[in-house]
Design a protein around this ligand. Structure first.
Ligand SMILES: Nc1ncnc2c1ncn2[C@@H]1O[C@H](COP(=O)(O)OP(=O)(O)OP(=O)(O)O)[C@@H](O)[C@H]1O
Ligand SMILES: [Mg+2]
Length: 1078
């Protein structure tokens, strides 16, 4: 757990009692004892309910660290041990969250720690409110306004080394978020008399010492200053140095702060020039000079100082010198100038110095306000911090102390009004039975001072305005007349004899019994200080300077704006501004810090009981405690009470659903707390005895330990469950993402596929279209090409003869033609004889003409043959046809054929028509004779031969006797079926007849003839012409013939021939006829 998280309750580890309300028993002694006890343990803060008592430790305590700020941040008031931060936090949160304007009222006598407390509150609020560049700048400016105002408005006094010599009320403005927007500072009556005179042991305002100590040589030279304090009449010499205060360092801090707040460099310069001028004014001295007219006059002793002042302020020396010497009074349009004596000159000098410084201070406050004022116009919430000069009693108390103490009196009153009265009224409001607690109400003292008719301030004003001689004494006299009977007013001159014998009270003094003690005031200076007049000559002289700042500080010096009206007196001004302040404070929610000064030595660890007791008394702290605990020591709203103790009762823990008042009732009943110990208010529970509260606390502490275990248990369970839920959630997220991823992937795939398909289809379509277009284009191109070629072709054809490219071909063709021509011509010359039998043929001249040559040879041969054939007559043609027929029938089949080739086929060898022997025969033959020859007929029976005429006509063949020509037989050629011959050279042939024909009665014929080839050829052809049938010509060395009814085999055998070429036939038997052939 971080350090800031450590919870220390108001009631935990308590030193003494943190809240005095819980003191038991409650007496002044126990109260002081408790304060002392805590003070000794460095616990300087103690509560009285919500009021913070702060005892000045006079030493640095480590309780204002940033860690402490964090610790108290957003914590309830009573949650932690008492601290000023708790109050600041409560106020800030109330402002931010409940939209309530706040005021922090810090009271206490001088040196009690008010200024420190106010700075602590401011720094805490600055630390916890919003952050950011702009906000931080606002914060810085607000915080840095303090060192500037302290330098010019604070001084070392007998009571406090850093005593505020002015009252300050600062409104810090916030927006609705609680971010600071800016601020407004109001200042109250600066103790300006300090500028010219300080009581013994005290100092002038810090800035003079800081400037002389911390200013660089150059700066001092520029401001015409010496570094030594003793050079200046206005600086108290006996306590120029303050222990533990580094004026030089503080000067640097102030300059830096001025820069942060927004002072320009030249503005700082102007301010320091005024400071220097004030300081130097004190060194102007006057000497008396008697005039002839008896009037006292004064003269400046050493004009060097005056000269330097005039140089610093851009002033005409004579003007200032005159202002110190004369006084002009204007009455009834009449100007009267009177000379000033030495005393008056000193008075004028000091009045100028005081006024200059006072006005400079007011200007500074205004200038700071200008810087820190809120820029935006949004509705603001305000936290006011009041830090005024504390109640003080000096040896010689004057008008300033009177004013300061009056202011404190007023503050005490507001405290009484709001705390003691309010507290008591609350009980009545809450319906609690209540007996009034008496307390001292200082209203009577306030009345004494501020009453409009007979108050001291009213008297003073009256005296100041009264015509005639007015002195402080006349004022005191007046007081004695009017206030003598007032119980809080004391004076020797009072008509009442009460104080006539009081030697402690000088005659020029009056004494007031303030709430915080009796203070004796010397009347000297009251009238003057109240009048606060500056000779017009001086303000006019100041207005005449060339110094921008000084000029602006004395607007009444401008003759144009000059007015004869008296300005309001200092007293009435102060009274009015305090009244306004009080009114303002009453509209805000008050938060009290009551500062106590533990000793007069400004020393740590000393707790001067008598001193503190005195303060406790006059501050009315006991009454405060008593009111808070009269009857009831502790009160708390039901909600908070239930919240704090609800764990002590099973019914209220952990949740109480009904009203918190009922809850608290149930709680207290169950805890069996005696009913007289508490009382139920309307909104709060009132606990009578502190012991009861402690008892409750003890119970709570014990219960908390149990609860801690429970919380631990629940926390662990919660942590595990949270972890589990987180994991589950993560798992769902992961799976969702995974699913998404896959779906997406799938979708993308699908998309891709679709796109691919789409693109393919588109591609396909496009390609198809492209193809078509290409085809179309090609067609067009082709048509063009064809047309072009065609035209080209035509043109070329027309012009080919002119083409050189064709020359080769032409030449080639020509050459070939020439070669062919030559070849043919040569061949013509070389042609062989026209005889078809000629075999010779000239050799070919060229190889490439091989085929042609052969072909030509063939053609020539055919042509030769044709030519040869063309010579033939019809007759000869027939002969050749017969020869050809003979060749077809017998060539290479019968040996006899070769002999026949040479023999022409004459046919009619017998010329029967011419031969008278055959006249008859000739007459019998009607048809054309195809063949007529003599053949040998072989006797079928014995084989003997007999000559016969063989006559063949176109339809018959006739056998006739050779000698007579007697026709032996006529056989129609149609009856011949076949012819048989041997393969030999013999002339035997058999004519086979159709069976059953008349000619066949005797059987087939056997003949021999040398002209066998011709006879058979003609017979064959005749039968063919007649019957259109080719008869069979059997060529064999053995064949059958039909003789009568017998089939006889004719068999050829080789043998010696008796009768030449004729065959010798011999019938061997019925079946065989042997023919012997060569
Ligand atoms: N909380 C504190 N811690 C340490 N020192 C402190 C604290 N409060 C006051 N002091 C010391 O006491 C001195 C006087 O305090 P401070 O100036 O606040 O008194 P004051 O009440 O403003 O007096 P005056 O009325 O004269 O202005 C401071 O200079 C400082 O040294
Ligand atoms: Mg102060």
């Amino acid at each position: 757990m971080p350090k800031s998280e450590v919870k220390t309750s108001l009631l935990d580890n308590m030193i003494g009692v943190g809240d005095s309300v819980l003191l038991e028993p409650l007496t002044e002694d126990t109260f002081l004892e408790n304060l002392k006890n805590r003070f000794d343990h460095s616990e300087i803060y103690t509560y009285i309910g919500s009021v913070v008592i702060s005892v000045n430790p006079y030493r640095h305590l480590p309780i204002y660290t940033p860690e402490k700020v964090e610790e108290y941040r957003n914590r309830n008031f009573y949650e932690l041990s008492p601290h000023i931060y708790a109050l600041a936090d409560e106020a800030y949160r109330s402002l931010r969250d409940q939209d309530k304007d706040q005021c922090i009222l810090i009271t206490g006598e001088s040196g009690a720690g008010k200024t420190e407390a106010s700075k602590l509150v401011m720094s805490y609020v600055a630390a916890v409110c919003g952050k950011g560049a702009e906000v931080n700048q606002v914060k810085e400016q607000l915080l840095q306004s303090n060192p500037v105002l302290e330098a010019f408005g604070n001084a070392k006094t007998m009571r406090n080394d850093n005593s505020s010599r002015f009252g300050k009320y600062m409104d810090i403005e916030f927006d609705f978020k609680g971010d600071p927007l800016g601020g407004v500072i109001s200042n109250y009556l600066l103790e300006k008399s300090r500028v010219v005179k300080q009581p013994r042991g005290e100092r002038n305002f810090h800035i003079f010492y800081q400037l002389l100590s911390g200013g660089s040589e150059d700066l001092l030279k520029q401001l015409k200053l010496e570094r030594e304090f003793n050079q200046y009449n206005y600086l108290g010499l006996d306590s120029a140095k303050v222990n533990g205060v580094d004026d030089a360092a503080n000067f640097r801090t102030v300059k830096n702060a001025m820069q942060i707040v927004g002072f320009m460099d030249d503005e700082v310069e102007l301010v320091l020039e005024v400071v220097a001028a004030v300081l130097k004014l004190g060194n102007i001295e006057f000497k008396p000079e008697s005039r002839v007219n008896g009037l006292d006059e004064s003269r400046i002793q050493d004009k060097n100082e005056l000269k330097e002042i005039c140089e610093l302020l851009g002033q005409d020396q004579a003007v200032l010198e005159r202002a110190f010497s004369f006084r002009t009074v204007e009455a009834k349009q009449e100007k009267v100038s009177t000379t000033l004596n030495v005393a008056q000159a000193y008075y004028a000098r000091d009045a100028l110095a005081k006024n200059l410084y006072n006005r400079l201070f007011t200007w500074l406050v205004n200038r700071i306000n200008e810087s820190i004022k809120a820029q935006s116009k949004v509705r603001k919430k305000v936290m006011g911090v009041l830090d005024i000069y504390g109640f003080e009693i000096f040896e010689n108390n004057s008008f300033e102390q009177f004013i300061i103490n009056y202011c404190n009196e007023k503050l005490q009153q507001i405290f009484i009004e709001l705390t003691l009265k309010e507290e008591q009224e609350e009980y009545i409001k809450e319906g609690i039975e209540w007996t009034h607690i008496e307390y001292f109400n200082n209203a009577i003292i306030c009345e004494l001072i501020e009453n409009n008719t007979n108050g001291i301030l009213a008297m003073l004003d009256e005296e100041c305005l009264r015509p005639g001689t007015v002195t402080d004494e006349t004022f005191l006299e007046k007081l004695n007349q009017v206030c003598a009977v007032h119980e809080r007013f004391e004076s020797r001159m009072s008509k009442s004899s009460r104080f006539l014998n009081d030697t402690t009270l000088p005659h020029n003094c009056f004494r007031i019994q303030h709430y915080a003690g009796k203070v004796m005031y010397h009347v000297e200076g009251f009238v003057d200080k109240n009048n606060d007049l500056l000779y017009r000559d001086l303000s006019q002289a100041m207005w005449k300077t060339n110094h921008v700042l000084v000029k602006s500080l004395f607007p009444e010096g401008n003759p144009v704006k000059m007015s004869l009206k008296r300005p309001p007196t200092a007293g009435s001004q102060f009274k009015a501004s305090v009244a306004t302040l009080m009114k303002n404070l009453q509209t805000k929610n008050p938060n009290y810090i009551r500062c106590i000064k533990p000793n007069d030595q400004k020393a740590p660890h000393i707790f001067a009981e008598a001193l503190v007791r005195h303060q406790v008394r006059y501050l009315g702290l006991m009454e405060n405690v008593r009111v808070r605990r009269a009857g009831y020591a502790f009160k708390q709203p039901y909600e908070s009470c239930l919240e704090r103790y609800k764990m002590l009762c099973s019914q209220t823990w952990p949740h109480w659903r009904q009203g918190s008042r009922d809850g608290v009732k149930v709680l207290l009943t169950e805890l069996q707390i005696p009913p007289e110990e508490f009382s139920y208010g309307r909104s709060k529970i009132f606990i009578r005895n502190p012991r009861t509260l402690f008892e409750l606390e003890d119970l709570r502490k014990r219960r908390l330990e149990d609860l801690a275990t429970l919380i631990q248990k629940i926390y662990r369970g919660w942590k595990c469950r949270t972890n589990f839920l987180l994991m589950k959630k993560s798992q769902i997220i992961i799976s969702a993402w995974t699913k998404r991823h896959f779906q997406r992937k799938k979708y993308l795939q699908l998309k891709n596929v679709t796109l691919i398909i789409q693109s393919y289809i588109r591609g396909w379509k496009a390609r198809k279209l492209l193809r078509e277009l290409k085809h179309q284009k090609r067609c067009e191109e082709s048509a063009t090409t064809i047309a072009a070629y065609w035209r080209g072709f035509q043109v070329r054809r027309e012009y080919r003869k002119f083409f050189r490219a064709n020359a080769g071909r032409k030449i080639y063709e020509f050459t070939i033609q020439r070669i062919m021509q030559k070849y043919f011509l040569e061949m013509k010359k070389k042609l062989p004889s026209m005889s078809p039998t000629e075999k010779t043929w000239p050799p070919r001249p060229y190889f490439f003409l091989d085929d042609t040559h052969t072909e030509l040879k063939r053609i020539f041969h055919l042509w030769r043959c044709k030519k040869y054939r063309d010579q033939f007559t019809e007759q000869k043609k027939a002969i050749f046809e017969e020869k050809l027929e003979a060749s077809e029938l017998f060539k290479d089949k019968k040996a006899l054929y070769t002999n026949s080739v040479q023999q022409p086929f004459q046919g009619d060898y017998l010329e029967i028509s011419k031969n008278p022997k055959y006249q008859k025969l000739n007459g019998a033959v009607e048809e054309k004779i195809v063949l007529a020859d003599v053949v040998n007929k072989i006797n079928r029976a014995n084989g003997k031969v007999a000559p016969r005429i063989f006559l063949l006509t176109q339809s018959n063949f006739i056998l006739a006797d050779q000698k007579s020509g007697q026709i032996k037989s006529t056989i129609p050629v149609m009856d011949i079926t076949s012819v048989s011959v041997s393969k030999q050279t013999d002339g035997l042939f058999a004519v086979h007849l159709k069976e059953g024909s008349t000619a066949a009665a005797k059987g087939d014929f056997l003949f021999t003839s040398d002209r066998l080839i011709e006879i058979i050829t003609k017979l064959y052809r005749t039968i063919f012409f007649k019957t259109n049938q080719k008869i069979n010509v059997e060529i064999n060395n053995e064949f059958l013939v039909q003789f009568n009814q017998d089939k006889v085999c004719v068999k050829f055998i080789q043998g010696a021939q008796k009768n030449g070429n004729l065959p010798t036939c011999k019938r061997k038997n019925n079946r065989l006829l042997e023919v012997t052939v060569p």
